[in-house]
Design a protein around this ligand. Structure first.
Ligand SMILES: [Zn+2]
Length: 117
């Protein structure tokens, strides 16, 4: 199994950096960057793109194809329960010379997942 990939941005080889220069004398080229794959069993986006710029250049160019890998024509929903809970909290009032700690009734809203298993 290969431990390297070439950067998948089709324009990686057009970006002018020293790290892409290959060849000698009058036969120099800018070459697509080679990417070391550290763990083939645990694939990662950075196994395919040499940096953020190349990843987003690829996504700009192929956004439609990428979206069509997993067409989403309607929203999905996750059942939840919303719990509201009142609790005692404090705010600070400034009277011009000092701040005073004033208690008030606060509300905490928590989204709880519903176990559908
Ligand atoms: Zn690249």
């Amino acid at each position: 199994m290969s431990n390297y990939n070439w950067c998948h941005n089709p324009d990686c080889h057009k970006i002018e950096t020293q790290s892409r220069v290959r060849g000698s004398g009058d036969n120099k080229v800018l070459r697509t960057r080679k990417i070391r794959v550290y763990n083939p069993d645990d694939p990662h986006i950075w196994d395919y793109f040499c940096n953020n710029n190349c990843l987003f250049s690829f996504l700009r160019k192929f956004c439609r194809e990428v979206a069509n890998l997993n067409p989403t024509t309607k929203p999905k929903e996750t059942p939840i329960k919303v719990e509201k809970e009142k609790y005692e909290s404090y705010r600070y009032n400034w009277n011009g010379s000092e701040s005073r700690r004033v208690p008030y009734q606060a509300t905490r809203t928590t989204i709880k997942s519903v176990d559908n298993a």
